[in-house]
Ligand binder design. Structure first.
Ligand code: CDP
Length: 226
């Protein structure tokens, strides 16, 4: 079947904006598949750390990305058959992911793996370039953000809930550095595309943000049915 007809909701945005939480909830509500593209970059980072790879060697990192032995099952992430769902969430992995995500060869190595998630009845995905590069024909593109201070609070809560240690001041600094690196890289930079709707969640609850996405999607469906 021509997968281009399968609806995709692409949610891009900066670090710790809550896009993953919203994307997952929307996917569940619609019965769609879900792709956390950042997890793939984090998995490459984890594998590179395990192999003690040279973080400046884009060829070696791309090779790791191409050969990544990973699968997603029942909300768990497996790398080489071992559950790494929490291991990839450390700040160390996030920072390394952001560094290696700047290499075009690494991004290219992950492109088809991401597109393979486009399956019936539809896909909700989140990342930095879902609407701009991976699924340019997505039916709904959203740029989901929140203030840096609010994002640091959210990331803090998330790490503490996972039993990891975290410090708000350090997290805020990490977030600002990551924003800068993700926004200024030459390939697939983080930015709001002209065709993406802005969703600022600074003062929205999770359920308000989820409802906004669902109502935008329903509006599009209503229009395409006419
Ligand atoms: O959880 P957080 O939003 O901090 O990051 P993530 O979505 O897990 O992604 C980790 C890193 O991977 C980001 O800082 C980006 O540099 C990179 N990434 C990317 O370049 N393109 C994507 N589609 C997703 C993530």
């Amino acid at each position: 079947m021509n997968t281009n007809k399968i609806p995709v909701i692409a949610i891009d945005g900066p670090s710790a904006s809550g896009k993953g939480t919203i994307a997952q909830l929307v996917a569940r509500k619609l019965g769609f598949h879900y792709l956390d593209s950042g997890a793939l970059y984090r998995l490459v980072a984890l594998k590179a750390i395990q192999l003690n790879a040279d973080m400046q060697n884009s060829g070696q990192l791309a090779e790791i990305a191409r050969n990544l032995n990973v699968y997603f099952k029942d909300e768990q992430i497996y790398l080489d058959g071992k559950i790494v769902t929490d291991d990839i969430r450390t700040e160390q992995c996030g920072i390394a992911a952001s560094q290696l995500a700047a290499y075009p060869q690494v991004r290219a190595a992950l492109t088809e793996r991401q597109r393979a998630f486009r399956q019936l009845p539809g896909l909700v995905t989140d990342g930095r370039d879902m609407g701009s590069v991976i699924f340019p024909d997505a039916i709904l593109k959203i740029y989901l953000t929140a203030s840096a201070g609010e994002r640091a609070q959210r990331r803090h809560k998330q790490l503490i809930e996972k039993g990891m240690s975290a410090n708000i001041t350090d997290l805020l600094q990490d977030i600002q550095k990551r924003d800068e690196r993700d926004s200024n890289r030459s390939i697939a930079p983080l930015q709001q595309g002209a065709d993406a709707k802005l969703l600022d969640t600074t003062s929205l609850t999770i359920s308000q943000a989820q409802d906004t996405v669902l109502s935008w999607y329903n509006d599009i469906l209503a229009k395409t049915r006419v």
